[in-house]
Ligand binder design. Structure first.
Ligand code: SF4
Ligand code: SF4
Length: 90
């Protein structure tokens, strides 16, 4: 039985919001990110940096503890971290 996608999970929508997986467990909605750098500042293990477009990326995926602080602090809901040992949406 095919899985029914919610409106925000359709390819058309994700293309529009420019969704990229930064790792197996972290998703960034680039169009929603305003490059404020709050996620970078609050990461307790300093494994987030801003790229040339001032969007966050994981500079050390192994250091990330999946604590979700960056996700919770992002004012624009642009960064989504799956719970520990869970994977990001494909
Ligand atoms: S806190 Fe959110 S809006 Fe700010 S740089 Fe990080 S992902 Fe982008
Ligand atoms: S989940 Fe935690 S450790 Fe991983 S990048 Fe975000 S704030 Fe840093």
């Amino acid at each position: 039985m095919p899985i029914e996608l919610k409106p925000y999970e359709t390819p058309e929508f994700t293309k529009k919001v420019d969704r990229v997986n930064l790792s197996e467990f972290m998703t960034l909605y680039r169009n929603w990110c305003k490059s404020c750098g709050i996620c970078v500042e609050f990461c307790p293990v300093h494994c987030l940096s801003l790229d040339d477009d001032l969007k966050p990326y994981l500079n050390n995926v192994n250091a990330c503890t999946q604590c979700k602080i960056c996700d919770l602090r992002c004012p624009d809901l642009a960064l989504v971290v799956a719970g520990k040992d869970k994977k990001a949406k494909q």
